[in-house]
Design a protein around this ligand. Structure first.
Ligand code: ADP
Ligand code: MG
Length: 491
């Protein structure tokens, strides 16, 4: 039995000691001897000396609150000798007559579990922020759709150059707004795209460096500082990804590095293959960050640059890397610089497919639009009727479905979020009534769904708000073609 107990005590990671009432250790387990006694037995030493490296009793001795309260109260402390956190527990021992006779002291290293806790808290925070941002983005998209649609309509009603110029300005502002919304959605959207292609790492980095040259070269030289980019890439390597998303992410990382080096410095970009992953480090010799800043860099809208910053750069990078099933890690030292390390799946070299030619024929369609927002209905109706289509609208889903049964439609456009029933349900019911008709789901949300899943739900196309007239035009053409093809397949 005693053998077994010893085996148990010596094979767990906690440090355990039995102490007498005078704080002398009278038994210790092997891990305690190895770590606290540096491989010497700690029996015969005082607990405060071995467990804490102190020469007298600890002011925060865990025994005291446990004795006073009658329950064992764990105590966290930072040990400067090991630079790690420990949790101590003292279990008092009393004789049958109730006299205090010593205690069992247990200590365990908390560093690992703290790290896990922090990672978990970070992940939870990111998920919550993602939800908030996608909600805000959705509402904003609806507003911008209204603005842009109206601008297109007024543009057709006037030749006055001053009005046209002002409209152009509204349009530009709305597009800028929609670009900001897209960056927010980029952060929140965690769907992985199947459009990933094989990308030559050196080529894409060279391209991004050339594109950002005005920032790191011309702008810096104007202020008399020199920023020296150094690129080191072991050999030819390829990764799988979306080139335009990755270019955006790399651009953000380079901009941040340059912003961090107002007096100039070295920006080094190195890429290597590690464990079938492509690891790319962006390292600068800039001002660095405090731990507090480092913890918040991925939060949307967190910036230390005042009005000059948007705080969307790193959150965008985070979204892009996560979507590529990659990982990102930043380390930083104040006054020394920052290293952001990203890892992405590697990809074999593949040939790009030729772009499919777009046919120019114009098909006219009979369209039913269901949306609970009147201003979106009116706007779509006007835009589509101007293109020659015949349009029926309904602001309620039940009425919309009734209208559908009365007439022969080619295309149904339905909003996603409506009070009576969702766009998915509308799509399902439409398809039950007529499986050939094309269904377009209109949404201000960045859909976290794969193409397959969307099709399974009876939706043939999705149209993201806000949209351009050209997008809409092309989409309706495709929808009509699909419907005609399905009709001829059925007959
Ligand atoms: P922005 O650049 O608009 O401030 P980002 O999301 O790109 O927004 O970055 C957020 C914050 O993270 C920055 O304001 C800065 O405090 C910090 N940061 C990011 N990259 C670096 C870097 N390379 N060096 C120092 N600080 C950085
Ligand atoms: Mg930035």
């Amino acid at each position: 039995m005693e053998e077994h107990l010893k085996t148990i005590f010596d094979n767990i990671t906690e440090f355990i000691a039995l102490c007498d009432s005078d704080f002398n250790i009278i038994y210790s387990n092997k891990p305690a001897d190895i770590v606290l006694g540096q491989s010497q037995s700690i029996v015969g030493t005082k607990c405060y000396s071995s467990f804490r490296g102190k020469s007298e009793k600890c002011a925060d001795c865990p025994l005291v609150p446990s004795m006073e309260s009658g329950t064992v109260i764990p105590l966290e402390s930072f040990d400067e000798r090991f630079e790690e956190y420990f949790e101590e527990r003292a279990y008092p021992i009393t004789t049958e007559s109730g006299r205090f006779d010593g205690f069992v002291l247990m200590s365990k290293n908390l560093t690992k579990s703290r790290e896990i806790e922090e990672k978990y808290a970070q992940a939870k925070k990111m998920a919550a922020l993602g939800q908030i941002s996608s909600g805000v983005a959705h509402d904003f998209n609806n507003v911008l759709t209204g603005v842009l649609g109206r601008v297109q309509l007024i543009k057709r009603q006037t030749d006055d150059p001053r009005v046209l110029k002002n409209l152009k300005m509204i349009e530009t502002a709305a597009h800028d707004g929609s670009a900001t919304v897209r960056r927010m959605q980029d952060f929140a959207r965690l769907r992985t795209d199947e459009k990933f292609i094989s990308i030559n790492v050196k080529e894409i980095i060279d391209e991004v460096l050339a594109l950002t040259r005005p920032k790191w070269r011309d702008n810096s030289e104007m202020h008399g500082v020199i920023i020296e980019p150094v690129v080191e890439i072991e050999k030819e390597m390829y990764m799988l990804g979306d080139p335009s998303d990755l270019k955006g992410a790399f651009t953000n990382l380079i901009f941040n590095a340059v912003d961090a080096m107002p007096e100039g410095g070295v920006l080094s970009i190195t890429a290597k293959i590690y464990d079938e992953k492509i690891v790319i480090d962006f390292e600068d010799t800039g001002i660095g960050m405090t731990e507090d800043t480092l913890e918040r860099i991925y939060d949307p809208f967190f910036t230390t640059k005042g009005v000059k910053g948007t705080g969307l750069g790193m959150s965008e990078v985070y979204g892009v890397i996560k979507r590529h099933r990659g990982a990102i890690e930043a380390t930083s030292k104040i006054g020394r610089g920052t290293k952001v390390s990203i890892s992405l799946p590697s990809g074999e070299r593949v040939l790009k497919m030729d772009e499919v030619e777009i046919e120019e024929d114009k098909y006219l369609s009979k369209i039913l639009i269901i949306d609970d927002e009147e201003y979106i209905l009116d706007m779509l109706e006007e835009l589509l009727e101007d293109q020659g289509h015949s349009v029926t609208t309904s602001s309620s889903t039940s009425n919309g479905l009734e209208l559908f049964q009365k007439s022969n439609f080619d295309v149904v456009i339905t909003d996603l979020g409506m009070p009576e029933m969702s766009g998915w349900e509308v799509a399902e019911r439409i398809k039950k009534l007529n499986s050939a008709v094309s269904v377009v789901l209109l949404t201000g949300w960045a859909l976290n769904l794969e193409a397959e899943k969307i099709k399974e739900n009876g939706v043939d196309f999705t149209l993201q708000k806000p949209f351009d007239e050209e997008n809409l035009y092309q989409l309706i053409q495709d929808a009509k073609k699909l419907k005609d093809q399905r009709t001829s397949d059925l007959s």
